[in-house]
Design a protein around this ligand. Structure first.
Ligand SMILES: *[C@@H]1O[C@H](CO)[C@@H](O)[C@H](O)[C@H]1NC(C)=O
Length: 215
């Protein structure tokens, strides 16, 4: 009998680990780096089928909620919910931090200033371009004379890709270029319609021993 109980316990633990593992795979906490004054859309990935949403910041304050048709905000000028997304407008330093949807951590947001960025690998970067015309995005690697076109976004929404992107890391985002899961080789200059809009240096993640020099 004892063995049977222990067996059941092990089975439960295994099952728990199994489902947790799955949740971990399907729900990724997004780590965004976004320049100030731009906006960001967050999706409630951990609870996608729930039509009701309650968004909280890292301090635990409810910043936006949607229950049925009723929508309310902590600050109407700052937040907006539509089509299942929370929009954070006019990003400023104070908006940096964690964002929770229905109790689950969805995103961690870093707010950048200027156009020279030092960002850890693995994060997701948004590079805005205010041009209302078509946007031709290009990239020049550090110490490389060659400019490589990434894609063109036409005003009618048509996107023409000019560069191989098998993992889909370069994504057109409302008036911005989104680079998902930054890699060290993404370091360089980014141009929108030939204007430099970002100088990026991707730095090695902390997992690789960022505290090595501390004794
Ligand atoms: C969008 O605009 C581009 C460039 O003007 C054109 O080549 C393309 O056919 C257009 N696409 C649609 C769906 O209208």
């Amino acid at each position: 009998m004892k063995n049977f109980e222990t067996g059941c316990l092990y089975l439960l633990i295994l099952l728990n680990l199994f489902t947790r593992g799955f949740a971990g795979v399907s729900h990724i906490v997004r780590r965004y780096s976004v320049p100030e004054d731009h906006f960001l859309f967050l999706c409630c990935d951990s609870d996608p089928d729930n039509p009701n949403m309650e968004w909280r910041n890292g301090a635990g304050q409810v910043i936006a909620s949607k229950k049925g048709a009723a929508v309310s905000y902590l600050n109407q000028n700052k937040y907006h919910i539509s089509d299942g997304y929370l929009q954070i407008k006019d990003l400023e330093r104070a908006d940096a931090g964690e964002y929770y949807c229905n109790g689950h951590l969805e995103a961690e947001v870093e707010v950048l200033t200027g156009q020279t960025f030092y960002i850890s690998e693995g994060r997701t970067l948004l590079i805005p371009c205010e041009s209302d015309k078509k946007q031709v995005w290009s990239f020049r690697k550090e110490r490389s004379p060659r400019r490589v076109n990434i894609f063109t976004v036409f005003r009618n929404g048509t996107i023409i890709r000019m560069r191989d992107d098998p993992q889909g890391r370069f994504v057109p985002y409302h008036k911005a270029l989104e680079i998902v899961r930054l890699e060290l080789e993404d370091s360089g200059k980014y141009m929108c319609n030939s204007n430099v809009v970002a100088r990026l240096t991707v730095i090695k993640g902390e997992a690789d021993g960022g505290c090595k020099d501390l004794i």
